[in-house]
Design a protein. Sequence first.
Length: 534
Amino acid sequence: MYDFNGLRIPFKDEFLTTTFRDERVVSYVDIQEAARRGLNVVPREMEWHIDGSYQVHDLYHPWDSLPSSFTGIAFKMYQSSGFRDAPCVELKASPAKIAQGHNVYGSENLELGVRNIMQALASALPDFAQMLDFDNAEFFRIDATYSVSLPNRDVLASTLESLSRVSNKYLRPSRQGQYETTLYFNKVTGKDGINTGRTTSLCIYSKEHEVEHQLKDLLGKARKEKTNRYDHVIAALDDERLQYFAMNRLRFEARICSRFFDKYQLPRRVTDLLEFVRGYEEQNGEGSFCRHLWKTAMADLLDALNGQTIHIIHDQKVRKLLHAAYDTVTSTGKLRTAKANRLFSFYRRLTHEGYSEVKRTMSTTGKSTFYNSVNALKAIGFSKAQLQNAHKKESLPLCSLLTFDFDAQRPGHYVEPKMPAEHLDYAEFLASISSDTALDDGSLNIERRLGIALTNLGLSAHYVEGLKAGRSIRLNGEQKLSLAMWPDGEVDLYVHDVGTPDPGEVESYRARLAHNRALRDKAAEKQGYAYPQN
């Protein structure tokens, strides 16, 4: 599945001001115009005057969050600087999370995530979105993720421990992360590691533990903030079927970074990469492009696992049995776990030092304690022979455990999220989220242009033929929608009261339309392009 999309969208040329600074050409966007169109900007400095007035300086856009059906989408506008050659906006999101509330499993359709992210931006900030050149959007990161189901938590913990000792070529493991059950390879860490992992960065972690932490965190936020804004995501994560699927599941995540595209000659432009992916999946018999990315990024790690073995330690199972047998509740309702914890420590000594050595060291000061502890362990199911051989590790070939079944990455009840504007191809979808120009897009025929415009109004494209025949669409008891066809061959939709439109209203609308087209032609002239005139 695709677990992360990082998109960079430039601004249209007509909103750029270009100058020459520090011996190079620099472009920037009027951030005040962006603010007028809905962008949330803040000043880096404020200058207060003695009369109580103030001035703001150096406006910028901090990291913001765009709403979606479930989780937010990280969003920020940048002026040109550093490695960004031109002003742009960057968006970061998990396609699965914004479509279904979780990323335990998800889609292998790259375009699905792109459309959801772009549609969320256009819906949240429609006026600001008109400044953006969606057609030249680029990827700067894609995460491809697949998982393997392991027998139990003990095997999972032992597998992570074994993987933490693996290194191969450029791969170096690191456990610097939020959770103990997460392992990184080539994680970027501070200035010294600024160039590390720019091709790929790998992450291996327990999905079950991540779901538990996320659910606990969201429940805490909901209680603290006294809000129901997290209810959709909580309901998704609290689903028993989802939690069962995540149980003992080890996730292998390949983070495809900027240099990967150059190394493997992949286009970064979204339109071009989607076209490449469609061609790859139609002609290649090896499955989805997502799997190809993942296998390529994981190749060195998987190669290093050949011949590796892991030692299985059954700590979780033993701990669970001890607490079930020896935990007690006091008369005041307090849970006592001291005996179970003490016996677990004794068991760990047996696995590390061996039965004979523990017996010898306890023979002078705690002989009875030793035998009492042995009997307590036998009471929960251990035989004496098992305890006497507890220090002998159970070994398994690592490759036999890490067998990826690409056809079992989703449960049987999984339903693919709906593609936004699925009746439109990608070029038409881009036109639809730039609704102010959809009807002026000469690359589309009149039927498609009208269909896109109707979709933006929440109406079916099936009304197109009726509109062309001169019939109106009743919107409510007082208003209806009609099609205007002008002498120059252009078309437009307009809303008017039920009945025959007033001639003055038609002329007023015609004047507004002419004004809008004059602005359009002026912007086109600035770019050296002229719309054809009839």
